[in-house]
Design a protein around this ligand. Structure first.
Ligand code: RB5
Length: 153
């Protein structure tokens, strides 16, 4: 798959490790940056990568910031993006199986490299389960994304 990776200044050790890991799995990987230790704003990186996934330039995106939260929230504001913000492999797996996530975000100050690699493995190898129930829920996410109303539960 074509994978895009981006992160802020807090990810300079973890991001290259993840990029190499994803490459070693045989994927085409593009690390957008940052490549500098200078403080930079995570929304800029989340938006840059999410726009490219939403446009179909990449199949999936991996985002990293200190916690994964800020960059993941940003990505989720981009039309068409479903970004799981996770700290464990089970959630990463389920973000694909049930939510059909096209991006994942995690924190360089939260997970170590080996755990991050396990998260990425689940994200890249798990298929969307599909089926009426999960397809309906993902469709409802898209309706919210499109500004539509959902039925009152
Ligand atoms: C940067 O210090 C930090 O706020 C950022 O990496 C991230 O954790 C935000 O959610």
């Amino acid at each position: 798959m074509r994978i895009v990776v981006a992160g802020d200044h807090s990810t300079l050790e973890l991001k290259p490790f993840i990029v190499e890991h994803v490459r070693s799995l045989g994927h085409e990987v593009h690390d957008l940056g940052t490549h500098s230790p200078d403080s930079t704003d995570y929304p800029l990186w989340g938006k840059l990568a999410a726009d490219k996934v939403a446009a179909g330039e990449y199949d999936r995106g991996i985002l990293i910031c200190g916690t994964g939260v800020g960059i993941g929230i940003t990505a989720n504001k981009v039309h068409g993006i479903r970004c799981g913000i996770v700290s464990d492999p089970f959630s990463a797996k389920m973000s694909r199986a049930h939510n059909d996530a096209n991006m994942i975000a995690f924190g360089a100050r939260v997970v170590g490299p080996e755990l991050a690699a396990m998260i990425v493995d689940e994200f890249l190898t798990t298929d969307f389960e599909g089926g009426e129930r999960h397809a309906r829920r993902v469709r409802e996410i898209s309706e919210v994304d499109a500004g539509e109303q959902l039925p009152r539960p």
